[in-house]
Design a binder for this molecule. Structure first.
Ligand code: NAD
Ligand code: UDP
Length: 320
């Protein structure tokens, strides 16, 4: 019998890559998504497969799946700042009610459940690099609070199901991840810069560009998540690439990669935008034997080639 896995957010960036990976590993994959920020384009290639089924459903409403389930990966949630600022209540609901529904389903099916948490649980961090033991510096009533607090609640309820119901659970804290199938206009810095370069627009740096991020290529992220799911470790684990750069340096790299003649322009820094972010991945290394393999120059090239290959009308498409 094939193992059966439910992946929520399957039509999104990470969910679609995870679906590919589990299909490759010989699983039966049940993808679920309400398409609020995702697209069927991302899983079009999986639709004809016997081992893949798609359910168009909002996981914040009761979730029903017929038959057995071995694993649940809860990846449904708006993930980019402009998305969760546009749909704040849905973001809070999918992290709270959605997670509760899926934990209930996991219990009923005796399935192991992994949740997609985030480096945002550390907020604008005062500890650098961020270790899992750091409690974070989050403004609950600031604009990003809808996402950060939903994810913090998600971790808390998942740990409670583990402790009080003995449910098998896993928590991955994902740091900025990039790659093909990101939505070109989702507002995140990489698709923003590449989209601007491809359209011949100036690159928009928010603030003075001295804030840092550490970018992880999607294949490395998926590998880390797969290994965590298969491990017996129930506490949060950072998965990300510690190679940290400033946003100004990142803009320079994109200008060089794309050969654009455009310049950078400066815009206001959004409120509560974290000033620095770098994962400490000691735990992932010790517990899972995992570390990232793809360096930024290689990952950026693959991602740029993907965006270049998109039909012209998708370069300008405004989806919201
Ligand atoms: P994405 O927007 O591409 O994918 C999210 C998917 O979830 C979309 O397809 C969307 O339609 C779906 N969705 C949202 N609300 C839903 C609901 N109520 N019911 C069903 N489907 C719903 O984003 P992503 O980058 O692939 O992120 C996936 C997960 O990983 C999210 O939980 C996000 O918080 C987490 N994460 C991502 C990153 C990153 O760098 N990409 C970093 C940290 C955490
Ligand atoms: N950013 C930027 N220009 C843009 C989009 C984002 O300078 O057009 C900055 C943003 O302010 C943040 C960093 O890039 O400091 C990463 O932003 P992103 O939205 O990709 O991710 P997050 O802030 O969630 O890490």
């Amino acid at each position: 019998m094939k193992k059966r896995v439910l992946i929520t957010g399957a039509a999104g960036f990470l969910g679609s890559h995870l679906s590919d990976r589990f299909i490759k590993e010989g699983f039966h994959v049940i993808g679920m998504d309400n398409l609020i920020t995702g697209s069927l384009d991302n899983i079009e290639h999986l639709m004809p497969l016997e081992n893949f089924e798609f359910h168009h459903h909002d996981v914040s409403s009761f979730v029903h799946i017929a038959g057995d389930l071995d694993y649940i990966l809860h990846f449904a949630s708006p993930a980019s700042p402009i998305d969760y600022l546009k749909i704040p209540i849905q973001t809070l609901k999918v992290g709270s009610l959605g997670t509760h529904n899926l934990l209930g389903l996991a219990r009923a099916k005796n399935a192991r459940m992994l949740i997609a948490s985030t480096s945002e649980v550390y907020g604008d961090p005062l500890v650098h690099p961020q270790v899992e033991e750091y409690y974070g510096n989050v403004n609950p009533v600031g604009p990003r609070g809808v996402y950060d607090e939903a994810k913090r609640f998600q971790e808390a309820i998942t740990m409670a199901y583990h402790t009080y119901h003995n449910l098998e659970t896993r928590i991955v804290r994902i740091f900025n991840t990039y790659g093909p199938r990101m939505r070109l206009n989702d507002g995140r810095v990489l698709p923003a810069f590449i989209g601007q370069a491809l359209r011949g627009e100036d690159l928009t740096i928010f603030g003075d560009g001295s804030q840092t991020r550490s970018f992880c290529y999607v294949d490395d992220q998926v590998e880390g998540i797969f290994q965590l799911l298969m491990s017996d470790y129930a506490y949060p684990i950072n998965i990300g690439n510690p190679d940290e750069i400033t946003i100004s340096q990142f803009a320079e790299e994109i200008i060089k990669l794309t050969g654009t003649q455009q310049k950078v322009i400066y815009m206001d820094l959004p409120k509560d935008d974290p000033m620095q972010r770098q994962p400490d991945i000691t735990k992932a290394n010790e517990v899972l034997g995992w570390s990232p393999k793809v360096d930024r120059s290689k990952g950026l090239k693959i991602t740029y080639d993907y965006f270049k290959s998109l039909p012209k009308d998708r370069l300008n498409k405004t989806e919201h």
